[in-house]
Design a protein around this ligand. Structure first.
Ligand SMILES: *[C@@H]1O[C@H](CO)[C@@H](O)[C@H](O)[C@H]1NC(C)=O
Ligand SMILES: *[C@@H]1O[C@H](CO)[C@@H](O)[C@H](O)[C@H]1NC(C)=O
Ligand SMILES: *[C@@H]1O[C@H](CO)[C@@H](O)[C@H](O)[C@H]1NC(C)=O
Ligand SMILES: *[C@@H]1O[C@H](CO)[C@@H](O)[C@H](O)[C@H]1NC(C)=O
Ligand SMILES: *[C@@H]1O[C@H](CO)[C@@H](O)[C@H](O)[C@H]1NC(C)=O
Ligand SMILES: *[C@@H]1O[C@H](CO)[C@@H](O)[C@H](O)[C@H]1NC(C)=O
Ligand SMILES: *[C@@H]1O[C@H](CO)[C@@H](O)[C@H](O)[C@H]1NC(C)=O
Ligand SMILES: *[C@@H]1O[C@H](CO)[C@@H](O)[C@H](O)[C@H]1NC(C)=O
Ligand SMILES: *[C@@H]1O[C@H](CO)[C@@H](O)[C@H](O)[C@H]1NC(C)=O
Ligand SMILES: *[C@@H]1O[C@H](CO)[C@@H](O)[C@H](O)[C@H]1NC(C)=O
Ligand SMILES: *[C@@H]1O[C@H](CO)[C@@H](O)[C@H](O)[C@H]1NC(C)=O
Length: 694
């Protein structure tokens, strides 16, 4: 446990300058055409469309908070970026986060209303680019930080990709800004490192995320270099070198020696590394540099980073246990929603370069478990912190269970804690969609995240092979995927077979599946119309966790004890004042509410399980027929488990269930069949449970 004084230590670290004598990394002379290429390349944004339950989800997102906050939420609607007056911090990052998320949602759905929102924002921001090239409203050196513009650039890059009519003006604006940012950074990292009275990033968030520019700058370099390659490469160098000077070099953190397997008072590196959202983003750091340098050691560092995180700090639902700083594996500790969103983006990106099957499994694990569990079924409210063991969601009597989060953080609301989650969580599903089909290095296409959808693309040297693929499936609620394909010429189509699928998985219900070492099963698709199907076979898996506990998975889904609950809603409160928010920042139709969920007395949460006694219930052919919408709601998914369980005496500490291992397991009453449901559908749940023999 970290002492409360840690905060002060962090604050001290923030100001600390660690000066390295040599810039550790230089690539300005690198050949831009020689960036490391991914094994799997995303398709043009908008060419993958969701189907089935996943379309329902994205439509709910569009109809819910994500797709409506532009019309009322002060940090977006009244953002200073578009002429308003409200930012939650001097980072000025709120509406750029929103833009980065709504661009892929708008084009992924092809939703004209949402395209109108992002087009308004695009026009405003580009039309107000300042004389010197600055993007945004800040006019003084003290307020001009480069960080929020990383997020803007990520959004601009996606926009330029999705809408060719806007590409030229977007790219022109990006280059003008790059030239300015380059000249700022070349002057003692102005805009990145805080000097004197600078206010733009006094904590060091931007300086911990210096690699975030790599993705959009590498995209410019490869697609629209405009004779500006040297400047683009140098800007990447300046960002990294500035971060290194400040003490935020992720290469020094993602090592077996430095990584804090247990976070304690001996931890002596920068606070930026142990902040959960930073970590989820910092996963991309070594790989971003690897693309420029071809240094294989950095590729290995990426893998090491994932392995360390997976072993020491990953929740059973696929996120990082961190509130906001990492803690051990205590299932009551919780995880910020934005971490799940960033983990999904990072693992999807890393998978495209590393190709290891477990990384894509991780993306799905987070997408189908950690993420939906913390978002209400109707997409109008979300939690700031989600706990793996969470028998209630309400204002706790104390925040002592957490480190840097308030007692209201597990309420489902508009801004139950810091509003960065409100504006950043919307990116998760749209980017997951955009990465679900990819082009393969051998000239084919692969379905890698197995959600229902269609993909339209062209293949071949001259792009003459038009290919259209439809994946009809209820995955991950059912494990059959039916593909219909049309192609003008033959091509190779691969389907990623998750690591949990067993040897009984088949093609067309007959031929056994034969995935390669990366988990890909390849089909040779003829010209014209064709079809094929994949049946994944698996059985429930019990995964041991700390102190004689276990979690249960079936396919891509984590299963948790279902806790039936009552729900009381109140007008949303301000994360800062805890007062009810004025109506000029909430939905005029009152759809923004804060929900407190409490377990019904008939619904026990305090159980231990016998993990050897699990049965599957649900329709024999769960893959057939449309699923209920919204699907991430208790009772909606068609498959459930029954697990032999017994009530136990489970102490409550800090108004939340005590960490298993810290109390003796004492059985109460007779064993019974406990109802386990997909974790994402159970807003109240217990997922990490003591194991007993019954
Ligand atoms: C902000 O919200 C108001 C009220 O819904 C709306 O009229 C206005 O267009 C919005 N502003 C922007 C920039 O979207
Ligand atoms: C660069 O900035 C740092 C931190 O503010 C400062 O200590 C240093 O003197 C500056 N160097 C130059 C050459 O301005
Ligand atoms: C910093 O702010 C103080 C007080 O506003 C002012 O006196 C001083 O000149 C400023 N320093 C710089 C370097 O801008
Ligand atoms: C590219 O820029 C260099 C100087 O930076 C200039 O000499 C050259 O003519 C430019 N080429 C094009 C195609 O604009
Ligand atoms: C941090 O502590 C380790 C030993 O635990 C030591 O090797 C290292 O030099 C320390 N680093 C700093 C920056 O003090
Ligand atoms: C939540 O509970 C805390 C005490 O834990 C209290 O200070 C705070 O006012 C409460 N907030 C609301 C919105 O009720
Ligand atoms: C395949 O199915 C058979 C029959 O249901 C079963 O006995 C066997 O264990 C399964 N194999 C695997 C690898 O799951
Ligand atoms: C699967 O079945 C379809 C339709 O019956 C057939 O066209 C296709 O060739 C089969 N695929 C494989 C790999 O057997
Ligand atoms: C909302 O109303 C409050 C007063 O209740 C006012 O202070 C604030 O500026 C308004 N915000 C916006 C975004 O209009
Ligand atoms: C998907 O499959 C289901 C069940 O086989 C079928 O009812 C439905 O029509 C199919 N949908 C599409 C778009 O092919
Ligand atoms: C396991 O239990 C011990 C107490 O017996 C506790 O100190 C430790 O934190 C627990 N481990 C985890 C990972 O929660």
């Amino acid at each position: 446990m970290i002492s409360r004084n840690f905060n002060i230590a962090l604050a001290a670290l923030v100001g600390q300058q660690i000066v390295f004598s040599q810039p550790s990394y230089r690539n300005a002379n690198a050949n831009p055409s020689s960036l490391v290429q991914p094994l799997y390349t995303p398709l043009v944004l908008g060419s993958i469309k969701p189907l089935g339950w996943f379309n329902d989800q994205l439509q709910l997102e569009a109809d819910g908070l994500s797709g409506n906050m532009f019309d009322f939420y002060r940090f977006v609607n009244d953002s200073r970026w578009i002429g308003g007056h409200t930012e939650y911090s001097a980072l000025d990052e709120a509406s750029p986060y929103w833009f980065n998320a709504i661009v892929p949602l708008a084009f992924g759905l092809g939703d004209e209303r949402l395209i109108g929102q992002v087009r308004y924002y695009l026009d405003y921001v580009l039309d107000h680019q300042q004389e010197d090239g600055w993007l945004g409203f800040e006019k003084t050196r003290a307020t001009r930080g480069v960080w929020a513009r990383c997020l803007l650039f990520l959004g601009l890059m996606q926009y330029a990709d999705a809408d060719p009519t806007q590409t030229d003006r977007i790219v022109t604006a990006m280059h003008r800004y790059v030239n300015l940012a380059h000249s700022m950074l070349s002057n003692n990292y102005t805009g990145l490192l805080v000097h004197g009275n600078d206010t733009f990033d006094t904590a060091g968030f931007g300086v911990g995320r210096t690699h975030e520019y790599h993705i959009p700058l590498q995209w410019l370099l490869e697609n629209h270099p405009r004779n500006n390659s040297k400047t683009l490469l140098e800007m990447m160098d300046f960002m990294i070198d500035g971060g290194v000077q400040w003490g935020a070099d992720w290469r020094t953190f993602w090592t077996k020696e430095s990584y804090p397997k247990v976070l304690d008072d001996n931890y002596n590196m920068s606070w930026v590394f142990i902040h959960g959202v930073n970590m989820a983003q910092g996963l991309r750091y070594p790989l971003s540099l690897y693309r420029n340098t071809h240094d294989e050691a950095l590729k290995q560092t990426s893998r090491t980073a994932l392995d360390l995180l997976a072993k020491y700090h990953t929740s059973t639902a696929g996120s990082i246990i961190a509130d906001e700083y990492i803690s051990d594996l205590n299932p009551s500790r919780g995880s910020e929603l934005c971490i799940a969103a960033e983990i999904m983006f990072s693992t999807a990106y890393m998978y495209q370069f590393l190709g290891d099957n477990d990384i894509a499994d991780w993306t799905e694990q987070t997408a189908f478990n950690a993420f939906p569990a913390a978002v209400s079924a109707d997409w109008w409210s979300h939690q700031y912190v989600q706990q793996e063991n969470q028998p209630w969601s309400r204002n706790l009597s104390t925040a002592a269970a957490w480190y840097d989060v308030n007692s209201y953080a597990n309420v489902f609301g508009l801004e139950p804690n810091y509003p960065c989650c409100t504006v950043n969580h919307p990116q998760a599903y749209p980017k997951f969609l955009a990465n679900s089909f990819v082009k393969t290095a051998d000239g084919g296409v692969a379905h890698v995240f197995l959600v229902p959808g269609s993909a339209a693309t062209t293949l071949g040297e001259d792009n003459s092979n038009s290919v259209f693929i439809t994946a009809n499936t209820t995955y991950p609620f059912g494990n059959t995927i039916a593909y219909s394909i049309t192609a003008s010429s033959p091509f190779d189509f691969s389907v990623r077979i998750p690591n949990w699928a067993d040897a009984n998985s088949t093609i067309n219900s007959t031929t056994r599946i034969q995935p390669d070492s990366r988990g890909m099963h390849k089909f040779h698709i003829p010209a014209g119309k064709s079809s094929t199907s994949v049946q994944l076979s698996t059985s429930p898996r019990v995964v041991p966790r700390a102190n004689n506990t276990a979690a249960i998975y079936y396919g891509a889904l984590l299963y948790a004890l279902a806790i039936e609950h009552d729900s009381v809603s109140t007008p949303p409160i301000s994360y800062r004042s805890q007062e009810v928010l004025p109506s000029n920042t909430t939905d005029p139709l009152s759809r923004t509410r804060d929900y407190k969920l409490t377990p019904r007395s008939s619904s026990k949460w305090n159980i231990a399980i016998d993990a050897s006694q699990i049965s599957v219930v649900g329709p024999a052919h769960a893959s057939k027929g449309p699923l209920t919408s919204p699907i991430w709601d208790l009772g909606a998914p068609p498959v459930e488990l029954r697990v032999k369980a017994v009530e136990i005496e489970w102490p409550v500490e800090n108004d939340t269930p005590a960490n298993p291992g810290t109390f003796a397991v004492v059985k109460v009453g007779e064993p019974f069949e406990a109802r386990f449901v997909p974790y994402g559908s159970a807003k109240l749940h217990m997922a990490v449970l003591p194991v007993v023999e019954l």
